[in-house]
Design a protein around this ligand. Structure first.
Ligand code: ADP
Length: 580
């Protein structure tokens, strides 16, 4: 350690004020080693000693920290002795017991440790100063003179002050050091917690229950340094393994040991040695055999233990208490995630059941609609004889409504399939120009009816990777809307262009447009615009919802690019481009 040379070095100190200055100087550092060095260096010169040695008293041990020779050399010793070793030194004993400086001739040579005998042989006079904090000796300073110059009354006053200040300075430095260590421990804990939070986010981003569990196990094992891990749910007095990294043992039942049960009751992690782990069911002893240490943490949500996280370590080393604490945070987060994943899974099951119900219901609906539609068509074609005019009119309306109901049923069926994840697009390269041309051909009768001007822009001759039928459905919806939502014969422009990895197909009209409030809603399920003209037109509010879902199912998107009330709207369908 580099020591600043004391201004006092070499010039014996005479003045008490300077001693105070020196004491303040000593107290000016918070690094224990630096404080010790300063005490020794400045103290030795201040009391005109030839050597100063500082020892700490820790429990029942004396630790000789450092010794300083007047020539300027500071040596770190670090030697530990049992306190009774100094019993043979009456001067030391007196100082420590009385908590007052003790002065005398040389220390007892024959009782000194061999390594000190040489140094002690030169000593003529010794001052032993206890370093006192709160009425207890926490260390001592020994100053020795090699010349025949006893410590005087003045020296004693100075030494008493030095001892008081040194005791304080050393204590403060130690406290500070402890504080730093505590802070560091806190930082480490914070880092572990951050790891747990990262893990939570990571785990949370996994939607499937088995993935959630797998991730949780991986992260938890890494955080405590475990070799094996499993997650179990509690079922009566047993635990049932729900997840292991390899998937083996899942579904096996294990008894709960009393020690684990006690931990579960307090919500704390329990550590077990191999000898204590006696819970393997018959035939499964081999599973736990490689492990020397076990750590079992309860998964607690809202005060209820829903499961256990078990860790095994092959080395016979106890788990680090900080890691165990982190694991506890971990399992709390894990438990929450686990429960959420369960809720999501349940919700998904319910949603799936709903979709399945819907598809069954729609199927049931379609059959009678087809029959009714057939009879209506036959009647209108005269198969049942000449129809009176008013009846024909009614039947025509009925036929139109039946067709609408059939279209709605078809739409609902697609929605049910999409939501029930039962719709798998049949993806292959599709020519956008062909798909648009076919959709325009299908829309022609309606376009003629409303005297629309439909233009297909030349655009890029591009191919997409998509399901031809689904692309057709989306284009039909967009064209249908463009033809429907206009209060004058509309002009519709369809274009296609390559945009990097995607192809954008745009359908622009000059119709009624969509108000800013409606723009955020129209892609919702069963949602229609609030414009009065919309209410006049038939529609289910499913077209855009379904079209967007289909586009996404094919790895694409559907967006309203722009819309101005009274001026028209542009929708853009984006699909993955086929590599050309
Ligand atoms: P539907 O047409 O059956 O109402 P959609 O999901 O296809 O259902 O459309 C939702 C709503 O979006 C429509 O009710 C209408 O308000 C609005 N909309 C869709 N396309 C257009 C368009 N081209 N111009 C104006 N409004 C439109």
């Amino acid at each position: 350690m580099a020591l600043a040379r004391s201004p006092l070095q070499g010039q014996p100190q005479e003045d008490g004020g300077e001693l105070v200055q020196m004491a303040l100087d000593v107290a000016g550092s918070l690094d224990p080693r630096e404080v010790i060095a300063r005490i020794l260096e400045r103290g030795t010169h201040a009391v005109r000693a030839d050597r100063g040695t500082l020892s700490s008293l820790v429990d029942d041990q004396v630790v000789v920290e450092a010794t300083y020779g007047r020539g300027g050399e500071l040596t770190w010793v670090g030697q530990r002795y049992a306190l009774d070793y100094f019993e043979g030194q009456p001067l030391v004993k007196q100082a420590i017991e009385s908590l007052q400086p003790a002065f005398g001739g040389r220390l007892a040579l024959d009782k000194a440790a061999p390594e000190f005998r040489q140094a002690l042989a030169n000593v003529r006079h010794v001052a032993v100063l206890p370093l006192v904090h709160r009425g207890k000796a926490i260390g001592m300073l020994v100053f020795s003179r090699y010349e025949e110059k006893p410590f005087t009354g003045d020296d004693r006053a100075a030494l008493t002050l030095l001892s008081a200040i040194s005791g304080l300075a050393l204590r403060n430095a130690r406290l500070y050091e402890e504080g730093e260590a505590a802070r560091q421990r806190a930082d480490e804990t914070a880092a572990r917690l951050r790891a747990a939070v990262d893990a939570a986010e990571d785990v949370a981003s996994q939607v499937r229950l088995d993935q959630v569990l797998g991730r949780l196990l991986e992260r938890a094992a890494a955080s405590v340094g475990a070799d094996g891990t499993s997650l179990a749910r509690l079922d009566g007095g047993e635990m049932v393994i729900e997840s292991t990294p390899t998937g083996e043992l899942v579904g096996t039942r294990w008894p709960l040991m009393p020690k684990v049960l006690a931990g579960v009751a307090t919500g704390r992690a329990v550590e077990l040695s191999a000898a204590e782990y006696t819970g393997a069911p018959p035939g499964m002893e081999l599973v736990v055999q490689p492990y020397q240490r076990f750590l079992v943490a309860p998964l607690v949500v809202g005060g209820e233990t829903i499961g256990l996280l078990a860790m095994g370590r092959k080395a016979d080393e106890p788990f680090d208490p900080a890691a165990v604490q982190a694991l506890q945070q971990f399992s709390t987060l894990g438990a929450l995630l686990l429960r959420n994943a369960r809720l999501i899974a349940q919700a998904r099951d319910a949603e799936q059941a709903k979709s399945e119900f819907m598809s069954v219901a729609v199927h049931e609906l379609r059959a009678p609609l087809t029959v009714t539609g057939g009879y209506l068509a036959m009647a209108l074609e005269g198969d049942f004889g000449e129809l009176p005019k008013p009846l024909r009119h009614v039947l025509e309306t009925a036929q139109r409504k039946t067709e609408e109901a059939k279209a709605l049923a078809a739409e609902l069926l697609t929605v049910a399939r999409l939501e029930g994840k039962a719709l798998t697009p049949n993806v292959k390269p599709v020519s956008v120009a062909d798909a648009v041309r076919e959709a325009l051909a299908r829309a022609r009768p309606r376009a003629e009816l409303v005297r629309a001007n439909v233009q297909m822009e030349p655009g890029d001759e591009v191919m997409v990777l998509a399901d031809e039928a689904l692309v057709g459905k989306i284009l039909d919806n967009l064209l249908n809307n463009a033809l429907t939502y206009a209060n004058h014969p509309p002009t519709i422009q369809v274009g296609a262009s390559r945009e990097g990895e995607q192809v954008a197909v745009s359908v622009a009209d000059d119709g009624i447009g969509i108000s800013p409030q409606d723009q955020g809603r129209i892609f919702g399920r069963f949602t229609r615009g609030t414009d009065p003209l919309v209410a006049e037109k038939p529609g289910s509010g499913l077209g855009l919802y379904l079209s967007r879902g289909l586009a996404e199912q094919m790895g694409g998107s559907l967006q309203l690019q722009s819309s101005h009330p009274g001026k028209g709207s542009t929708f853009v369908l984006r699909l993955p481009a086929a590599v050309s």
